[in-house]
Design a protein around this ligand. Structure first.
Ligand SMILES: Cc1ncc(COP(=O)(O)O)c(C=O)c1O
Length: 378
């Protein structure tokens, strides 16, 4: 049995006295919605991204939903989404009455494959938008995706929920399309200590529409102009966001450097495929995802678990295979995504992971494959 303090945790959430004091100040102020914390969080987040507008909302899912809705996506529209992503990339599409079209992923970066995107766009009857996902913290091939989107005049809504301030080819996640969506769910690279999200854009009209939609579609005069819901980000959460934002660059650097340590060591194990970083990419490693032989994955995870090392799967089921997607969209085959889903394992990753913890994870993986090799040669 491993003592709890000897476990290598999958993630770790940061709380300090500054956060606690700031939250306490908000609680004492009794101003809980639409107040100064939200205004300053939006302005600081927009500045940090280098965009004109940031609209705080109550989840990453809401940020995707409102981006699509504000971009005019509705019934009958087709929206391209990658197969390798969380459910919430596509559920807003269905909630707006539009149809997701699933696209396969690049075998190296695991992000949307621009070639498959182009092929699916050519076959589509009513292509309207694309939601590229910067999965695990690595940007999609932005130039290639934007080129296909331009050919079909598609709105580009980036799902940057796992990629706060990741970069590629000089582009910052969330800032290259019509709008970008971020999540502040507790395990994300930065959090608001609960659910929260941000929509960023340079488009004045899209920002104004999203602001209205997040507040019941209500305009300044108090009348309801559009069919919005309550998607507001409240003051306590925004206060936490303001404090967390001060650390995000350091945290991303720490994640990236932990990832380099993993990769340097694990790349020598033939059975393990380590994550790929495109040239000129800054990967923020929301997740550090390796591939292992499919037939050994369960045993491998169990071996690490017995040594107190937590692992996870992102995800267990490809997006297009979830029952509700099959029911609403029909069967789709995405060979690269499907093969990947048999092999992926997410290793512990967070900014405060220690050298000792990284060493323990790598040593356990080395031991596992050495033992396997010995058993096979017997
Ligand atoms: C890729 C991706 N898209 C969308 C979401 C939805 O964000 P949230 O959980 O904040 O609604 C998440 C987070 O869970 C995510 O990882």
């Amino acid at each position: 049995m491993i003592d709890a303090e000897d476990e290598v945790g999958f993630t770790d959430i940061y709380v300090d006295d500054d956060i606690v004091e700031r939250v306490t100040d908000v609680l004492r102020s009794t101003r809980y919605v639409k107040g100064p914390e939200l205004a300053s969080f939006e302005s600081a987040f927009a500045d940090a991204c280098g965009v004109d507008h940031a609209v705080g909302v109550n989840s990453g899912t809401a940020a995707i939903l409102l981006s699509l809705q504000a971009a005019g996506v509705g019934p009958g529209d087709e929206v391209f989404v990658p197969g390798n992503t969380f459910f919430a990339t596509a559920s807003p599409v269905l909630n707006l009455g539009a149809t997701p079209v699933f696209v396969d992923v690049d075998p190296e970066t695991y992000t949307m494959d621009p070639k498959d995107f182009a092929a699916k766009a050519e076959d589509a009857e009513n292509p309207t938008a694309v939601v590229p996902v910067h999965i695990y913290g690595h940007l999609v091939d932005v130039e290639a995706v934007l080129a296909v989107a331009a050919d079909y005049d598609l709105a580009v809504i980036e799902d940057a929920c796992q990629a706060h301030f990741a970069e590629r080819d000089g582009h910052v996640a969330g800032t290259v399309g019509d709008a970008g969506a971020f999540s502040f769910y507790p395990s994300k690279n930065m959090t608001v200590a609960g659910d929260g999200g941000m929509l960023v854009t340079d488009d004045d009209e899209l920002a104004a529409t999203a602001r209205q939609l997040r507040n019941h579609g209500r305009d300044e005069s108090g009348t309801h102009q559009s069919l919005g819901l309550n998607h507001r980000l409240d003051e306590v959460k925004a206060a936490v966001g303001n404090e967390q934002l001060r650390h995000i660059d350091d945290w991303n650097e720490a994640r990236n450097s932990a990832a380099q340590q993993y990769t340097d060591r694990l790349a020598t194990i033939p059975e393990v495929t380590t994550p790929h970083e495109a040239d000129d990419a800054f990967h923020v490693y929301h997740l550090y995802v390796i591939q292992v032989p499919a037939e050994e994955r369960d045993e491998f995870r169990e071996y690490l678990d017995e040594r107190g090392i937590q692992t996870s799967l992102h995800y267990e089921t490809p997006l297009h295979e979830h029952p509700v997607m099959v029911e609403r969209v029909g069967e789709t085959t995405l060979p690269v995504t499907e093969e990947l889903y048999e092999r992926i394992v997410s290793l512990p990753m967070h900014p405060r992971i220690t050298d000792d913890e990284l060493d323990r994870v790598c040593a356990a993986i080395e031991d596992y494959f050495e033992t396997e090799a010995c058993e096979e040669s017997r």
